[in-house]
Write a protein that binds this ligand. Structure first.
Ligand code: G6P
Length: 614
């Protein structure tokens, strides 16, 4: 989290930096700042709140102060110190000669701070980053060179960082460094860029160098020099960036979230095009690099992920166990890390991450890799740090997702897990081809069924309006849709701040039922299938406690009439594939409730799309 942009070249740096930061706001948006290299001094501008506040401050400055050709900028997601102007980056040292922007956490900042204070450092903020600014400044006093100062300072730091640093006595360069946090250098003609992510630079260049952990780079307008952890000059590959700038437009939708929900039929179509030709064809998954022999030996699967990706993983467990009959555990990455997990070379570990940068998942994957497990990564970013750890890389190709609340990437993750489960079943002969054929048929029908839901959202909008003033919300489901209840509740919580919880419907009576009265909405997902009657009984129990019942169902049933206050009918689909349809309804519900409440749909408070700290 936190977004970094740096620029050095012929253009007006502040414009490149502000535009770049606007494309990185998904990484954090509680405050922002820039440092511009002027003649003999560095001008720093900072503001609490969204980037627009910073833009306003900059628009009031003298042209002479902001018309410079080198600078660094930052958009923040607070880790140490509340969101405020003082805690906003860039940070500086006592004499303000040096500026730094940082993404990550300096874990030993509390040890370093008193040592630096003894030397005379006066700290103004509560951040860990300011400690790094002072540390590098002392190294600079000794070494009289910014590159050497940063190289020496990073050896004293513990934790995660992506830095950009400038010093007023060396105006022709920016120093960048990285460890466990993403950083790329966009390579231009007579100009170079630094960024946490591609969208910040794609408008200007398609060429980039991905910095690796422990590397430090000296970036001038016409050169980029990279050094490894032993300070040896090395050559990193210049890679071609995978995005088109057009992907960043809202295409006429009011919010990115709505646009991304509406992209789901095409996302599914794209995934199926190459991998599943028709219901009788075998799934083509060249991305899986396990041999048939190795596949047969896989006796355990562990899925590791966070947030929405974790919910996709829970659906994956149902599908894999049902079709491939391999015992599958799903665990939040942050939990997987701190216990002695049992995994070996016959374990397939699947990491799921939209961004491919989530620190908890990266650490968990590294832990599994150390046990020689086969690592499969399902991600939307095949250029990410996580992708680089993969033995089998399964890109979901959902296209760039801007809205902080994940939508199309979730559906794409589901599709990847369905295809992987079928692939495993086909290679291990665990399920009959007739049964697999049925599921493939259902998957192929998904795009048109999603379109049916998306072409008529009137009912969802009505319901959203009706329930938008609720303080709490309960989502219930059973079986393969229990994760849909969890994800529906998460979506609503994230963007409307309504306290929403997902429960397995059978658990309602074991505690949560105490919460029910005539103010509590209970949304039940009822699919035609083995648990349909059971969940209907759970709905009756909720109704008996006067809950306001909303049903999402693919079945027209007389029994619904007196039971539900509101009903959303979706196209018929098998229970196994239904999570992909049900979630679309729940995403729309969360979207419209947030909209009615006037919340910031695409950038909800306190969140960031990519969480690069543990
Ligand atoms: C953050 C985001 C969530 C996301 C989670 C995992 O918390 O706010 O929306 O689901 O990270 O992200 P990943 O990129 O690993 O899927």
């Amino acid at each position: 989290m936190c977004g970094i942009v740096g620029y050095i070249g012929k253009r007006k740096a502040v414009e490149v930096i502000l535009k770049g930061l606007s494309h990185l706001e998904y990484r954090g948006y509680d405050s922002a700042g820039v440092a511009l290299m002027a003649k003999d001094k560095i001008n720093i501008y900072k503001a609490a709140g969204k980037l627009n506040n910073l833009k306003e401050i900059i628009s009031k400055q003298n042209e002479a102060d902001i018309n410079t050709h080198a600078g660094i900028g930052h958009t923040r997601w607070a880790t140490h110190g509340m969101p405020s102007e003082i805690n906003a980056h860039p940070h500086t040292c006592n004499c303000k000669s040096l500026v730094i922007v940082h993404n990550g956490i300096i874990e030993n900042y509390k040890d370093l701070k008193p040592v630096l204070e003894k030397k005379g450092s006066k700290f103004k903020s509560e951040t860990d980053t300011e400690v790094a600014a002072h540390l590098i400044a002392y190294e600079f006093e000794e070494k009289k060179d910014l590159l050497k100062a940063v190289q020496s300072a990073v050896k004293k730091l513990k934790g995660a960082y992506a830095f950009s640093v400038m010093h007023k006595t060396m105006p022709d360069r920016i120093i960048a460094a990285r460890k466990n946090a993403p950083l790329i250098i966009g390579v231009g003609e007579g100009e170079n860029f630094i960024a946490s992510d591609i969208p910040a630079v794609i408008e200007y260049t398609k060429k980039a160098i991905y910095l690796s952990d422990n590397q430090v780079a000296e970036i001038k307008a016409d050169s980029v020099k990279i050094y490894d952890e032993n300070d040896n000059l090395i050559q990193n590959k210049v890679e071609c960036l995978p995005f088109e700038p057009v992907a960043l437009s809202k295409m006429g939708y009011k919010h990115y979230m709505l646009k991304e929900i509406h992209e789901q039929p095409d996302v599914v179509r794209n995934i199926l095009t190459d991998k599943l030709k028709n219901k009788d064809a075998e799934v083509v998954l060249d991305d899986v690099k396990l041999t048939r022999e190795q596949l047969k030996k896989i006796n355990r699967i562990q899925i590791i992920a966070c947030g929405t990706s974790l919910h996709a993983g829970l659906v994956g467990k149902y599908v894999i166990e049902e079709l491939a009959k391999i015992p599958t555990d799903v665990e939040a990455s942050s939990e997987y890390i701190y216990r002695n997990t049992i995994a070996d070379e016959n374990t397939l570990v699947i990491g799921i991450s939209q961004s491919g940068e989530t620190a908890d998942t990266i650490t968990a994957i590294k832990q599994a890799k150390a046990k020689n497990s086969h690592i499969a990564i399902i991600t939307n970013r095949k250029d990410s740090a996580m992708a680089r750890l993969a033995d089998s890389l399964l890109p979901i190709n959902a296209g760039i997702e801007v809205s902080v609340a994940a939508t199309k990437s979730y559906i794409a993750q589901l599709l990847s897990l369905y295809l992987l489960a079928i692939y495993l079943a086909e290679n291990t002969n665990k399920t009959s081809s007739k049964e697999l054929s049925e599921i493939k048929k259902e998957l192929l029908s998904l795009p048109s069924k999603l379109e049916i839901i998306l072409n008529d959202t009137k009912k969802v909008q009505e319901i959203s309006k009706k329930y938008s003033n609720s303080k709490d919300f309960i989502f219930i489901a059973r079986g393969i849709n229990y994760p849909s209840a969890l994800e529906g509740a998460l979506k609503l919580k994230e963007i409307s701040y309504i306290n929403a919880t997902g429960y397995p419907a059978g658990e309602l009576k074991h505690g949560p039922i105490a919460m029910l009265d005539n103010t509590m909405p209970v949304l039940a997902i009822l699919n035609k299938g083995t648990v349909y009657d059971k969940i209907l009984s759970n709905c009756e129990e909720a109704k008996a406690r006067q809950a306001r019942l909303i049903g999402v169902t693919n079945l027209i049933d007389e029994k619904h009439k007196n039971l539900f206050d509101d009903l959303i009918l979706i196209p018929e689909i098998s229970d196994m594939v239904s999570p992909a349809l049900n979630i679309t309804v729940l995403q729309l519900l969360a979207y419209h409730i947030s909209e009615y409440l006037g919340k910031d749909v695409d950038q909800p408070r306190n969140l960031a799309k990519s969480v690069t700290v543990e």
